[in-house]
Ligand binder design. Structure first.
Ligand code: AMP
Length: 190
């Protein structure tokens, strides 16, 4: 089984690119953000707990997202691969993922990181807030907090995968199709 990790700050276009990759490669897109929003919508106890943190731009506890990931992997043995989006977001999640896959005799295939600068992140998030009516995208303080959280907690994860020789950057500005082409060039190597 292939495990691609899709990386990038909020608003980098991960969702758009992931949907195109699912179409082309028969991957299963696993977005922890989407899974959490589904729980919130359903009003489950987990959703209620998660909402409070998400609305403040904070991360939810590791065990919650890891259980979600484990379930997704176990329940979809017939896909060509998994496209993990929004996970792992911290070094400890990356280590736990290695353990989880290691127990199955598997490993992360590679990381695809879509890079854009912070000003572009802000612009895109504000734009998305209007379209998707996302509470965590609505105000500047929350956006700034999410960008700060991204840099503080997630960039060490980049170093983690760099050390493992599994880190690749794709420049995320330009036409959606040409960004996708660059991603495909990389995926096709595996
Ligand atoms: P996203 O849609 O990936 O930007 O995720 C939205 C929010 O869900 C984040 O700001 C976090 O509060 C939470 N979240 C998503 N993925 C994770 C994760 N791997 N670990 C902790 N919190 C997460």
């Amino acid at each position: 089984m292939k495990y691609f990790i899709l990386f990038g700050p909020p608003g980098a276009g991960k969702g758009t690119q992931a949907a195109m990759m699912v179409d082309k490669y028969n991957f299963r897109h696993v977005s922890t953000g989407d899974l959490l929003r589904r729980e919130i919508k359903a009003g489950s106890p987990l959703g209620i707990q998660a909402k409070e943190l998400i609305d403040r731009g904070l991360l939810v506890p590791d065990n919650i997202v890891e259980d979600m990931i484990r379930l997704e992997i176990e329940q979809h043995p017939d896909v060509a691969g998994f496209l993990l989006d929004g996970f792992p977001r911290t070094t400890s999640q990356a280590e736990d993922l290695d353990r989880m896959l290691g127990a199955r005799g598997e490993e992360v295939t590679t990381v695809i990181s879509i890079v854009i600068d912070d000003e572009m992140v802000k612009e895109r998030i504000r734009h998305r807030a209007m379209i998707e009516n996302r509470q965590d995208d609505m105000d500047d303080a929350t956006i700034a907090n999410r960008i700060a959280t991204y840099h503080q907690k997630t960039e060490p994860v980049i170093n983690y995968y760099k050390k493992a020789g599994k880190y690749n950057e794709i420049y995320g500005v330009g036409a959606i199709d040409s960004i996708f082409e660059r991603i495909c060039e990389l995926v096709d190597k595996f």
